[in-house]
Design a protein around this ligand. Structure first.
Ligand SMILES: [Zn+2]
Ligand SMILES: [Zn+2]
Length: 258
């Protein structure tokens, strides 16, 4: 499985910067997990292939350019963009984003070939299919309805925490997996901002190290993601000081294979 954390910003030469301002993971160049930077960081080839997008929760950093992505492709789509989310999150996207005020309700619109956007309601705790991938969505502990994901292609399994603080069900599902190749887990704030992390339901390096004690698997790659750009280096230093084997920070733009 190839996973790329899409970049959010680019320097004056057009090179992806290391700060992660938006969240969008691209799997095997065709399935997206969240859509924060989906309209600004895909290659033309990727743009022609991505039709399946799983949305973990409706926070702006996870959906910011999703409406623009659909807008860009609108006249050329020969199949709809499928947005996979829980019924709760679909309701919030329809109410707050695709509501004719912020942006058009694409799920009601058709181009010459047919519908341009289709919601696919996803179950909690049981497997569903997205393109060639088997996915399990699990509620996590964030301030809006949010799911973590465990995604398998039959050979490789990767867990995505999405945005969360201390949680239980996610670890139960993760620990039930026969094998786990990588865990992508959020670490939003540095330790000195533990209060803000707590009220906004995110991890710091210290709370992450406690949380990882719930993980039974050993030896897989643990990729820290969702580091607030302003505190990126501090968070990295604090993560390194934890001395957790195979824990590193995921770099936007780089393609990782598991
Ligand atoms: Zn969030
Ligand atoms: Zn977020």
């Amino acid at each position: 499985m190839r996973i790329q954390l899409l970049p959010s910003t680019f320097d004056a030469q057009g090179v992806a910067t290391l700060e992660q301002r938006l969240t969008c993971f691209l799997i095997d160049d065709c399935v997206a997990v969240d859509g924060g930077s989906i309209a600004i960081a895909l290659s033309n080839e990727q743009r022609s292939k991505v039709r399946d997008i799983i949305i973990t929760h409706p926070h702006l950093d996870h959906i910011a350019s999703l409406p623009i992505f659909i807008d860009d492709l609108y006249p050329t789509l020969k199949e709809p963009i499928r947005v996979y989310a829980t019924p709760e999150v679909i309701g919030l996207l329809e109410r707050d984003v695709f509501n004719w005020n912020v942006y058009p309700r694409f799920s009601d619109l058709k181009n010459d070939y047919g519908p341009v956007m289709e919601y696919v309601p996803i179950p909690l705790g049981s497997t569903f299919q997205v393109a060639h991938l088997n996915v399990i969505a699990v509620p996590v502990n964030h301030i809006v309805p949010t799911v973590g994901l465990v995604i398998s292609d039959g050979q490789t399994s990767v867990a995505f925490s999405s945005d969360t603080a201390e949680t239980e069900e996610f670890w139960r599902i993760v620990n039930e997996m026969k094998e786990l190749d990588a865990l992508l887990i959020e670490t939003s704030f540095p330790d000195q901002m533990a209060k803000l992390a707590e009220v906004s339901r995110h991890f710091t390096p210290a709370s992450l190290s406690q949380e990882l004690k719930k993980l039974n698997h050993n030896g897989m790659d643990i990729m820290a993601v969702h580091l607030k750009p302003t505190y990126r280096q501090e968070i990295i230093d604090q993560l390194n000081a934890l001395n957790i084997p195979k824990l590193r920070v995921m770099e936007p733009g780089k393609v990782y294979s598991w």
